[in-house]
Design a protein around this ligand. Structure first.
Ligand SMILES: [Mn+2]
Length: 351
């Protein structure tokens, strides 16, 4: 067990906290030997914090406004970059010698402890501009000196994209050309965007994915899920191939995070995002065992969105099984993953 190395993530509110919970669980399920750290913002509620404490080794509250140091001064210069400053705080975790940062909207599909063999700053290319790295997954070395320099850079130059990725690419500006060993393979940060921009490559290599990154506006927790029928519903704007990963996320969330939340909330109602299907509302089916709360708004959304529902071909397929299927050339090309389907979706999206 490497006690001085850690996976680090960030939750700025309760929604991202759920993402962090699923990420933490996915790392544990794939038997990581490293520590798990979550940095939380001041907006994260007490019950969410309690659940995070059950999953992570360290829960660290980061309140940039509350510090009289360089971070606070930098924030006063660039108030628009509040969340970015919170994320950069990971460099201040100097009780670890090396860390891997992962966004709360990522999900681990295989053990990735080998990332600790890499040096700062290692990251995968961004699918939108591959000479930039995507800052959803990166290897770094905590250091107060680097932290200070990053904040200074941030205050002086700001961020060309308004977020942390712009700042980090500006600071680590020789990433594209200096050292190929700092380029992580794309399978360590596979984003849904790449699935429909280069579908043949996704068919060829997608089964090897180790980390999926739910880039884009709609995050997994924005949907609803019926644990009984294994259906994900909602206003689905992404390509349908993302659906199998979405299902992985919801399966893990409903099975191993919702029970922890239910325990923490007790008698208090909370919106888990899990819903019972219409025919089963009021019928004490298996999903009612968890006393999942269905908000009337979510329920209305669900009822009004039947055209967006996806019925997974094989709901219980694990990532390992899917990988095997891929390797055997048995992806669902004719059904959910057919090019025609994706093209249709893209056309609708691009209109
Ligand atoms: Mn992200």
């Amino acid at each position: 067990m490497a006690k001085d190395q850690a996976f680090v993530t960030l939750a700025t509110n309760d929604n991202y906290a759920r993402g962090a919970m699923v990420l933490g669980r996915s790392l544990r399920n794939h038997n990581t030997t490293r520590q798990l750290v979550v940095m939380i913002g001041t907006q994260v509620s007490q019950p969410s914090k309690e659940v995070l404490e059950k999953i992570f080794d360290e829960v660290r509250l980061v309140d940039v406004l509350d510090s009289g140091d360089t971070a606070h001064l930098a924030l006063m210069k660039r108030p628009d970059l509040g969340i970015t400053f919170t994320k950069l705080h990971c460099w201040a975790l100097t009780h670890y010698s090396k860390c891997v940062f992962m966004d709360a909207d990522t999900l681990v599909l295989q053990n990735i402890d080998e990332l600790f063999d890499r040096e700062e700053l290692s990251a995968a290319p961004d699918p939108g501009w591959p000479d930039c790295f995507n800052s959803g997954v990166f290897v770094f070395k905590p250091s107060n000196e680097t932290y200070g320099r990053l904040l200074e850079y941030c205050a002086e130059h700001g961020s060309f994209d308004g977020g942390d990725q712009g700042v980090l690419n500006g600071y680590f500006s020789n990433w594209a050309t200096a050292d190929i060993s700092k380029h992580l393979p794309f399978i360590y940060n596979l984003s849904s965007i790449a699935i429909y921009t280069y579908l043949p490559a996704f068919k060829q290599y997608g089964g090897n994915a180790k980390v999926v990154h739910f880039l884009g506006e709609t995050k997994p927790w924005s949907y609803t899920f019926d644990p009984t029928t294994q259906m994900v519903s909602g206003d689905v704007k992404e390509a349908p191939t993302q659906h199998s990963f979405l299902l992985d996320w919801w399966t893990l969330y409903s099975a191993s995070v919702v029970p922890l939340l239910a325990e923490e909330y007790g008698d208090q109602a909370f919106d888990s995002g899990c819903v019972a299907s219409v025919t089963e509302l009021g019928d004490p089916g298996p999903s009612s065992d968890l006393l999942l709360q269905v908000s009337s708004q979510k329920e209305a959304e669900w009822k009004g969105s039947s055209q967006h529902q996806y019925h997974p071909a094989e709901p219980s397929m694990s990532s390992e099984e899917r990988k095997q299927k891929w390797e055997q050339g048995q992806a669902d090309y004719m059904g959910m993953d057919s090019f025609e389907n994706i093209e249709k979706k893209l056309d609708a999206f691009l209109k």
